[in-house]
Design a protein around this ligand. Structure first.
Ligand code: G6P
Length: 611
């Protein structure tokens, strides 16, 4: 979490940094700040969103060809002006921005306090820059050497940029565990948490690896590692269009991304799946596919919405491939000494490719000999680089904090993986394989049909916008969809919502049902349809307000429901791709009607790079 951006070149740094921070706000928005060399090393910072910082610096002389900025998701210290980044060193001749956590900051701080240092904030980051300056003064070394020495002594995760009053053309950046990209322009350089603040100016980038330090000085980029080995910068071209990171006429990124799902699902299958020829290939799996085919067990690790995608995958991997699957919260997996046997294969799912717990779970499983597959959206991010093999979801940048199109793209990729494995294992008939391929190609059109329900869903949202609780129920493939529907609602509307397997409701949540309680049933015509009908009756009998997602043409459930949303029919394993869409729209409209900031809900961040 936290977004960082820095610039040195021939343009106004403040313009580039403010714009860049707005693009990185998905990473946190507790406070924002900027440092410039405009007649001194000046720091401007403010609690709240980047727009508040922008208002604060309005009208000031911000003339500077070098600068850096930060948008914060608070870890150490509450979100206020003092704890906002950048932070100064003791002499105020250095400043730092930081994404991550310095775990041994308390010990470092005690040492520095003993030496007479005084701190203005409660952050680990301020300790870090004091520490760097202390080393520089004691060792009488260059700033980049002091940064390097400091990095060998800190424990934790970081992406940092350091600026100096005395070196007006110098920016020093480093990373370990938190992402950092260096943009290489013509006589100008950019540094940022991802490429989105950069691509407007250049698509040539260098992704820093862990323990690497990038130094831009007098128009030249050099890279070395923390062991002081010089490295050759590996410049890559990023394939990212500016329009992909703009709202394109939609009121919010979340709405744009919900509506993009027809395209993103199609993009995800493009060149990989063709039902006419029966071709299904995922290039990134080829080398290791037999590990999956021969796996005794698949362990899926993920967080949040990606974990829900893993739960759906559990059903279809077991159905198609007959391989036992366990789906784990990465944060639990990594801390409970998990049993990993030969023959176990791990699949890590992550939109951002940067989630700290998922990354740590991968490292743990790797250290115990497991082969790891990644299913990620952000190309070049840390998780795909840490895995043995994998497939990108190709959903394009997802900026709304609540994940939507990444979820359906994850399901699409996971489905494709399961089908490839099932075919190789011989656990699926050719006829069924072909039937699923054909139906996967039909999914984008069916999602488009589901999106046409938008106006109807707005009416339902209006009816329930003042609810204080919601229950979401589904069975089989629609159970993880119930969890995801509930998560979407609570994330962005702050209404308490619970997802449950519909039958399990009897063992607790049914006590919550009264004439006020909205209960959303995902009750499409599948293997458990009749059972769900009984569950709806149970809710009706207790006067709950039933909203049902049903398959087009259903005549039974509408009679028992106050509101009905009809979605196109499909095969059971593919239904989550369609049935989740109305739930995304329902939460979106309820949140907008309640006046919530749907793209930047309180306390959340899109990319959780702290554990
Ligand atoms: C955060 C986001 C969620 C996301 C989760 C996992 O909590 O707000 O939307 O599902 O992280 O992120 P990942 O990038 O690993 O899928």
């Amino acid at each position: 979490m936290c977004g960082i951006v820095a610039y040195v070149g021939h343009r106004q740094a403040s313009d580039i940094i403010i714009k860049g921070l707005k693009r990185l706000e998905y990473r946190g928005y507790d406070s924002a700040g900027i440092a410039l060399l405009n007649g001194g090393l000046n720091v401007y910072k403010k609690k709240g969103k980047v727009s508040e910082l922008e208002a604060f610096i309005q009208g000031q002389n911000l003339n500077s060809p070098i600068g850096m900025g930060h948008t914060r998701w608070a870890t150490h210290g509450e979100p206020n002006d003092e704890n906002a980044h950048p932070h100064y060193s003791a002499t105020k001749k250095l400043a730092i921005i930081h994404n991550g956590i310095i775990e041994n900051y308390s010990a470092l701080k005690q040492d520095l306090l003993r030496k007479g240092h005084r701190f203005e904030s409660e952050t680990d980051t301020e300790v870090f820059i004091h520490f760097i300056e202390d080393i520089k003064d004691n060792e009488r070394c260059s700033l980049d050497e002091a940064v390097r020495l400091a990095l060998t002594k800190v424990i934790g995760a970081y992406a940092i940029v350091v600026m100096s009053l005395e070196d007006p053309e110098l920016l020093i950046a480093a990373r370990k565990g938190s992402p950092l990209v260096v943009g290489v322009g013509r006589n100008e350089f950019f540094m940022a948490s991802d490429a989105t603040p950069i691509i407007e100016y250049t698509n040539e980038v260098v992704y820093l690896n862990d323990q690497e330090i990038a130094i831009v000085n007098h128009g030249k980029l050099t890279i070395k590692n923390t062991a002081n080995l010089p490295l050759t910068p590996y410049v890559q071209t990023v394939d990212l269009e500016l329009e992909a990171i703009e709202k394109g006429g939609f009121e919010h990124f979340m709405l744009k991304e919900i509506f993009e799902q027809t395209k993103s699902i199609r993009d995800c299958m493009r060149g990989r799946l063709d039902s006419n020829s029966g071709r299904l290939t995922l290039g990134g799996l080829r080398e290791y596919i037999n590990k999956l085919v021969n796996a005794d067990r698949i362990l899926i690790v993920a967080c949040g919405t990606s974990w829900h995608a893993g739960l759906v995958a559990e059903y279809f991997f077991e159905e198609f491939c007959r391989i036992p699957v366990e789906v784990e919260y990465a944060s639990e997996f990594r801390y409970r000494n998990p049993i990993i046997r030969e023959g176990d294969v791990v699949i890590a799912i992550s939109q951002s490719g940067e989630t700290a717990d998922t990354l740590a779970a991968i490292e743990l499983a790797k250290s115990r000999g497991a082969i790891i597959f990644g299913v990620c959206n952000v190309v070049g991010s840390s998780i795909p680089r840490a895995t043995h093999a994998g497939a990108y979801t190709h959903a394009g940048p997802e900026i709304g904090v609540a994940s939507t199109k990444a979820f359906t793209a994850q399901l699409t990729v996971l489905n494709m993986i399961a089908l490839i494995v099932a075919q190789k294992k011989g656990t699926i008939t050719e006829q069924k394989f072909h039937e699923v391929l054909v139906e996967m190609e039909n999914i984008p059109a069916k999602v488009e049909k589901a999106l046409k329900l938008n106006a109807q869903i707005q009416i339902i949202a209006n009816e329930f916008k003042n609810a204080t609780n919601f229950i979401y129920l589904g069975r089989g493939y629609n159970f993880p969809v119930a969890l995801e529907g509930a998560l979407k609602l609570k994330e962005i509307s702050y209404i308490h919502a619970e997802g449950y397997p519909a039958a399990e409701m009897k063992h607790g949540p049914i006590a919550l049902i009264d004439e006020e309680m909205p209960v959303v049933f995902i009750a499409t015509k599948d293997a458990s349809y009749e059972k769900v009908v009984s569950n709806i009756q149970e809710v009706k009998a207790r006067k709950g307000r039933v909203i049902s997602i049903v398959t087009e043409g259903d005549v039974l459930i509408p009679k028992m429901s106050e509101f009905v949303i009809e979605v196109p029919a499909t095969l059971d394993p593919l239904m989550p791709l369609i049935s989740v869409v109305p739930l995304q729209l329902l939460s979106y409209h309820i949140a907008v009607m309640r006046g919530c900031n749907v793209d930047q809900p309180r306390n959340l961040a899109k990319s959780v790079t702290v554990e």
